[in-house]
Design a protein around this ligand. Structure first.
Ligand SMILES: Cc1ncc(COP(=O)(O)O)c(C=O)c1O
Length: 398
């Protein structure tokens, strides 16, 4: 049939973030480091052999009780007080975000996000046809002064108040910033005062290379205004597709009722539960943090050597590096040239909820080893120099 009548959201067939240019060095997305994928052979075998009536059946909407208990004790180590009743197992953190939006967001609702923020979260939020209230960041995370004055102005004008705030407080994607404790406390106070829910997306918390951990926002939430989103994607393997949401029971119960996924893969949940139960997952995370630190160092050092015009802040953990190029730089042109030279990075524009300047790049150091990162950043530096040369040549002298 010709002329399919697509929904507006499906009219444009854009590039997928999961498809990468053949042969290119991939520094564009936070993929797991292949040599460090966990060994799940024993757990998968046991899931099939010993638990088939549970793992090969539709699963309970809330997730397997054993896993919910494991997750409650995992987040309990960071000071989050909850029981299995507060834990909803999902098909990854992104699915948890989508379920939270199904429960809270109506078309036209305002959602607070940082500028920039996690690009896939923006994509999910956009499918719910929300409007963005964007707020900047400083070295302590989301700018609470800016947020407070925007909220006061909306309230004074009698406008629709935001219902949700989405943020990544630890090793923010893309900026790498970790929010201070004082800022977290202030956000909770603002959420209580203005009546919005904080979606705390925290996949990188355990991938810390140095410095002291800051308590999760959820751990300082007495009023039930925070939903913590978690996942094993960055600490075990994204292909498992196991994540969670932790919140007030009445909220997570409602989120569960919005699921249409047959109980979110009980087979993978069983595997994750068994990895969490022993200390296999904890050991795996410790080794991962050592490896990721080497990758981070290689990327930061390579920027100093090959692209000194860029401003970068070394993150204390996580997977991502945010590079600010001189203001006039066209990051789209630089990324296109970089691809020709064999390295894939993201134009920072995709991370902005509303209009943005075009001089940022988002890079991930997770997927390739330190030597390859060096080669990739060298090619990126060359791409930037090439762009600069062309731009200089075409500029008209005054
Ligand atoms: C901020 C953030 N949230 C969530 C995820 C992953 O979500 P999922 O558990 O759905 O794989 C990522 C992956 O890049 C991320 O950076």
């Amino acid at each position: 049939m010709s002329g399919y009548r697509y929904a507006r959201r499906a009219e444009i067939l854009g590039a997928s973030v999961y498809d990468h240019a053949p042969g290119a060095i991939v520094l564009s997305s936070g993929l797991a480091y292949p040599p460090h994928l966990p060994d799940v052979v024993r757990e998968a075998m046991e899931a099939a052999r010993d638990h088939a009536p549970q793992t090969l059946q539709y699963g309970p909407l809330m997730g397997l009780d054993d896993l919910r208990d494991e997750i409650a004790s995992f987040v309990g180590e960071d000071g989050v007080k909850c029981t299995r009743d507060n834990v909803l197992v999902t098909y990854g953190a992104k699915s948890a975000l989508d379920l939270a939006c199904r429960v809270f967001a109506e078309p036209g609702d305002r959602i607070i996000v940082t500028r920039p923020t996690y690009m896939t979260a923006l994509q999910i939020l956009r499918t719910h046809q929300v409007a963005f209230l964007d707020v900047g960041q400083d070295s302590e995370g989301l700018d609470a002064d800016e947020l407070e004055s925007k909220l006061e102005r909306l309230a004074k004008n009698g406008e629709r108040m935001p219902k949700l705030l989405f943020d990544v407080p630890d090793f923010h994607n893309p900026t790498g910033i970790t929010m201070s404790k004082a800022r977290r406390q202030r956000l909770v106070a603002l959420a209580e005062r203005f009546g919005f829910i904080i979606l705390e997306d925290d996949p990188y918390r355990r991938v810390r290379f140095e410095g002291d951990p800051v308590p999760p926002i959820k751990s300082i939430d007495e009023a039930g205004v925070v939903i913590a989103l978690g996942t094993v994607s960055k600490i075990l393997a994204p292909g498992l597709r196991v994540g969670w949401a932790i919140g007030a029971k009445e909220i997570v119960d409602r989120m569960a009722m919005q699921k249409a996924d047959g109980g979110s893969n009980p087979f993978a949940q069983r595997i994750v539960c068994d990895l969490m139960r022993g200390n296999k997952m904890a050991r795996h995370i410790d080794e991962l943090a050592i490896e990721m630190r080497l990758h981070r160092d290689a990327m930061v050092e390579s920027f100093a050597e090959f692209l000194p015009d860029a401003k970068v802040r070394a993150p204390q953990g996580g997977y991502f590096l945010w590079a600010e190029l001189p203001e006039a730089t066209d990051a789209e042109a630089v990324t296109a040239r970089a691809l020709e030279l064999g390295v894939e990075v993201s134009d920072g524009r995709v991370c902005f909820p509303n209009a943005s300047s075009g001089n940022h790049l988002r890079l991930a150091y997770s997927f390739v080893d330190a030597g390859t990162i060096r080669k990739g950043v060298k090619a990126l530096g060359q791409a930037y120099d090439d762009w600069k040369e062309t731009a200089d040549a075409s500029s008209v002298p005054i």
